[in-house]
Ligand binder design. Structure first.
Ligand code: ZN
Length: 307
């Protein structure tokens, strides 16, 4: 069993309109846009990162917004729901805040935690989960400290068959906590508070990715040495893992899991303040060295975020 994985690092989804995506995650949910860059593999598309003040691993929701993108189809083999932690007793307030700005608002309880589930403008599924969480939230976008999102609580994976995924999570260091209403919670100790992965078995067709779909989910490791240990262990177990890829703000490896969800393992180093002051994170368009020569045409092509 691995001991290097420290909870979630980030969740990356597909969106449509970049300005609406920015408005939803900053103005509505109150997160900070900590990096404005492009998809390193397709630089004509933004890669927008939202999180706490500095984009601490375990708080970072990211999007590839393709203007006009067709909506995805929900199904199996995907992240069905991304869970954010909010303080206990705040869901009535959040309900009021999200009314008219988010869709399909609903309340439920899972594993003893009160939840407010909703969908974004792109129909992406989220839940705000009341939980004790000592992380310091970002408060610069109109949600005060008593209510603000602390970071991720975890994520729900929706699968046609959860058996192989349960085995993989165990290998990654997660322990089965409990099963309720057909959903099984796995927790990892010794990492950040984004420590929950819920497995939901569903009898549905495979998901088709599009706007509102999670593209991949990333798990945190401390540094590159830990990442190489994880890579070696996964490879030895038979997973086809990519080489280590430099994403400027972290190092990444990717592998496809049984059931279809794309996993990434990302380093906590070097972080989002490597090329901008903390006070100005996310303000300027940052390009990786290999795409810097495209700056002028990208600045003309990419739609303004604050439109
Ligand atoms: Zn990623």
């Amino acid at each position: 069993m691995l001991t290097q994985i420290k909870g979630l690092h980030h969740v990356t989804s597909i969106a449509s309109d970049p300005a609406r995506n920015n408005a939803f995650f900053t103005d509505t949910l109150g997160l900070r846009r900590v990096k404005t860059t492009v998809n390193f593999d397709a630089p004509d598309v933004y890669h927008l990162y939202y999180g706490d003040e500095v984009g601490t691993p375990g708080t970072v929701m990211t999007h590839f917004p393709f203007p006009g993108a067709a909506r995805g189809r929900t199904g199996t083999g995907e992240v069905g729901e991304t869970l954010f932690a909010v303080p206990p007793g705040t869901l009535d307030n959040w309900s009021d805040r999200l009314a008219g700005r988010a869709k399909d608002l609903d309340r439920d309880t899972r594993f003893g935690e009160q939840r407010l589930t909703f969908r974004s403008n792109d129909n992406e599924a989220f839940a705000l989960v009341e939980s004790e969480d000592a992380r310091v939230p970002w408060t610069g976008n109109g949600v005060d400290e008593d209510h603000a999102i602390r970071g991720f609580r975890g994520a729900t994976l929706r699968l046609a068959d959860t058996g192989a995924m349960a085995e993989l999570l165990g290998f990654m260091g997660y322990q089965k906590a409990e099963t309720r209403d057909g959903v099984t919670r796995y927790l990892i100790e010794g990492g950040n508070p984004a420590d929950a992965i819920d497995l939901s078995q569903a009898d549905a067709a495979p998901a088709r990715q599009g706007a509102g779909s999670v593209h991949h989910i990333a798990f945190a490791v401390e540094d590159r040495a830990a990442q190489l240990e994880v890579r070696r262990a996964l490879t030895d177990t038979g997973y086809a893992v990519t080489p280590v890829i430099d994403r400027d703000y972290f190092w990444a490896i990717y592998f496809r899991t049984p059931g279809g969800v794309l996993f990434e393992v990302a380093t906590n180093e070097p972080g989002f303040d490597r090329d901008e002051d903390t006070a100005h994170l996310g303000e300027a368009l940052k390009l990786p060295t290999q795409h810097e020569h495209l700056r002028q045409q990208l600045q003309q092509h990419l739609q303004p975020l604050d439109a």
